[in-house]
Structures are given as C-alpha cells and as structure tokens.
Design a protein around this ligand. Structure first.
Ligand code: SF4
Length: 414
C-alpha cells in the first residue's frame, strides 16, 4: 500500500489542511498489493483482471481480514441483491486499516443495503416506465439510453440500476439489439444515443464496433456517447486497439464515473489520456456519497485531478433514492455547500452541474446555490461567490434605444 492511503479524506469534523489536500491531488499507482507474484503480462491484461475478481465472502475475508460485522453480514447477502465484484487492481486502492475508507465504502457490501426507507425505490429514475422496448429508455425528447449489458467490472453499492446490473435479484436483462436499434431507426427525433448498462466497454472490441457501426449508420443519429466506469475499475481495458476502433465513430463522447481523487491513479490517467488522444471528449459523473466525497476538500482534489486527466467534471448527482442506499446518501445541503465553495473559487471548467434525478422519472433537475437574489421585469439582483451584491438591468424589447454617448472610438470596452 502506498503512502497516500493514509491521507485524510477530510470526512472528520476537523477542516482538512492544505497538505492533506495536496496529498489527495497526487497521482499514485494502485500497486500490486497481494498480487506481487503475478507477471506483468497478466496483471496488465484486462481479461486476467476480470477472471481474478474478488466475488466471494471467502476471498474478501482473506484479503481484508478487518471486515466489520456489518460488511460481513452485507457480503453474505450481496448475491441476492447486487453481486460483489472487485477487480484486483481496484482492490489495491482500499485502505485495509480504515473501515471508513472512501474506496471501501463504495464497493464492499454492508448490511445497511437491506434496510429500505419508505421513499426508496428499486427503479428511482423510472426507467422501466419509459422503456418502449427492453433495454431502451426514451425519457427525453431527442435522446435515448441504450442499455447493452447488465455486467460491470465491479459493482457500486449505490448503483441506481442495481435492480438490473449483476442480475443478483433475478431481473434477467436480455436486451435485443435488433429491436432497440429498430426503435432508434424509426424515431427520427432521436439525435443522441447514450450506450450504457452495465458497462459497454466490457464487450469485445468487435462487439462494440458492431454496435457503434449500426448506430452510426442511422442518418438522424448525430451524436454518440458511452457511459463507463471501466477507466476507473479496469484501466487495463483501455488498449490502443480499443481507442483506434472508437475513433472511427466521432462525434463520440465518453462519460466516466469517478467519485474520489484516489481513484485517479497513474494507471487511470494513462487510460484517460489514451481516450483523449483518440479525440474523445471526456466528462465525469460523480455521485455525492456520505463519507466518500461529501466535503469540499475531497471534491476539489477530485475535480482538479479530473482536469489534469483531460476530463471535464460534468455532473455531480445527488444519490438516487435506490433501495438500501440511505447509509451512503449525503444531504442536498452538503452538495450545495460544495458547489458554493467550488464556483468562483476554482476554474469554471472544474465545477460540475449538481443535479437531482427527479424521483420516479422526472429527469435531471439542476440544483444551484441561490445566486439570483431577486428578479423582476426591470432588473436582477445577484450575488457573486464572495457574497458581493450586484444589479443587472434586464434587457427589454420595449426599452428605448440608449442614446450613444459619443463616437465608438471613445467607448471603453473592457
Ligand atoms: S459501474 Fe455504473 S452501472 Fe455498474 S454498478 Fe457502478 S454505477 Fe452501476
């Protein structure tokens, strides 16, 4: 284990120090941990990583003897709800001495996953209700979600699609690509297709190429996207061959999913640079998670590291009301505080849009600290990041044309 495992994630009541922030921003290799003897050829082979995932309680207990009673009980039940799977590479990011390790909280099951609050749902975004054919979600006017698999390299314990991914609860997801693509073909209003799952990059290069080729052949599909957590869970998958294949299908964007700066290792950075070098614009989606990233120090380090990896922080999601996620859900109050302390205090490119996916299928609703203090037909009163107040006159079509103060050359343009 490398030294930054000991760096604070600033989840205590004590404010993080500048040196803790700088430690979080460092890039480190995940290292080899328990797999020192594995030849490089195997370790760097994504299929080896998949074959050697930690998927059972016995494996987890052996590698993580400090398993708590809550984790032990949760893991015993995991395969009835959402499977346990962790790649050896990603496992090495866990701090075994810290039961609140932000990496561990995301992927090691806990018994709290079986506790369900009355407002929690198995399909909080109402995807199944907006699904004209299995595996295709058409919720917004001009774009669709094209779900191609229920498998991921590792399983996030707060997954909004946990009803479906890993098939632990018997959803039995079997998308029929021909039917999904036929729907897109017959709906000319669809100009944007987001391929997701599960994780599409778990497919072979040939299968991904086949699907992208079919989508690219539809004249009204302007824009393709892939949603994936592979660069974070399994960066070995981002091979030069994969990137060379993907670049045939531009405009193709990729949305990755990372939540904590420690996930951005040197291996992940290499994978992301490869994708960026293939001309693929990269965005990141984070979920606001209790004791993982719900403090400004961690989030600031994450967004800075993302930009260093050429990834634009795109969305910060309030955790969906998925069943059994209360122990991981942070408050909207904290989310707003984080955005407040990023906006204006750091590069605009680093600030994600904070959204709540409206429960039941209302779509993403942006949530922002209140910068507009009042607004009427004549003016807005706004405040900036420092709390200073400004007035802005509203532009009105019926307003008299202002009289020129003098020749343009004397006008100060700042
Ligand atoms: S990678 Fe995405 S789809 Fe897979 S378990 Fe995590 S959140 Fe769910």
């Amino acid at each position: 284990m490398h030294s930054d495992h000991q760096a604070s994630s600033a989840t205590s009541d004590r404010p993080a120090t500048e040196s803790e922030f700088l430690a979080l921003k460092q890039f480190h290799s995940a290292g080899r941990g328990f797999w020192q003897e594995v030849p490089d050829k195997d370790w760097n082979d994504w299929k080896w990583q998949l074959r050697n995932r930690i998927t059972t309680l016995a494996q987890l207990q052996k590698l993580l003897p400090s398993l708590t009673p809550e984790e032990l009980a949760g893991t015993q039940l995991a395969n009835h709800k959402l499977a346990l799977a962790i790649t050896p590479y990603f496992f090495n990011l866990i701090d075994p001495g810290n039961e609140n390790c932000p990496i561990r909280r995301q992927i090691v099951p806990r018994i709290e996953e079986t506790h369900t609050a009355p407002w929690e749902m198995s399909d909080p975004c109402g995807e199944d209700a907006h699904s004209p054919v299995p595996g295709l979600v058409h919720r917004y006017p001009d774009r669709v979600l094209f779900l191609v698999t229920d498998r991921c390299a590792a399983y996030c314990r707060y997954c909004t699609r946990s009803r479906l991914v890993s098939n632990a609860s018997g959803y039995d997801f079997h998308p029929e690509f021909d039917k999904q693509i036929a729907y897109i073909e017959s709906h000319p209003e669809i100009r944007d297709v987001l391929m997701s799952g599960g994780d599409p990059l778990l497919f072979s290069d040939e299968k991904i190429e086949y699907l992208l080729h079919r989508l690219r052949s539809i004249p009204h599909v302007e824009f393709l996207r892939i949603g994936t957590r592979i660069p974070i869970f399994l960066p070995q998958r981002i091979t030069p061959e994969l990137c060379a294949m993907l670049k045939q299908f531009h405009p193709l964007f990729i949305s990755i999913h990372s939540n904590h700066p420690r996930e951005l290792t040197t291996e992940a950075r290499t994978a992301l640079e490869r994708l960026a070098d293939a001309g693929i614009p990269l965005g990141n989606q984070s979920v606001l998670l209790s004791q993982v990233n719900d403090d400004v120090t961690t989030m600031r380090a994450l967004v800075h590291k993302l930009l260093m990896c050429r990834v634009k922080p795109y969305y910060l999601y309030q955790c969906d009301l998925i069943k059994g996620s209360a122990h991981l859900r942070s408050s909207v109050e904290k989310g707003l505080q984080i955005i407040e302390q990023l906006r204006g205090h750091t590069s605009g490119y680093a600030v994600p849009t904070y959204v709540i996916d409206a429960p039941g299928g209302g779509g993403k609703v942006p949530i922002s600290p209140g910068y507009v203090l009042s607004r009427n037909t004549d003016r807005l009163v706004i405040r900036n990041y420092e709390g200073k107040i400004f007035e802005y006159p509203e532009a009105r079509e019926d307003a008299p044309t202002p009289v020129a103060a003098g020749p343009l050359t004397s006008t100060k343009l700042t």
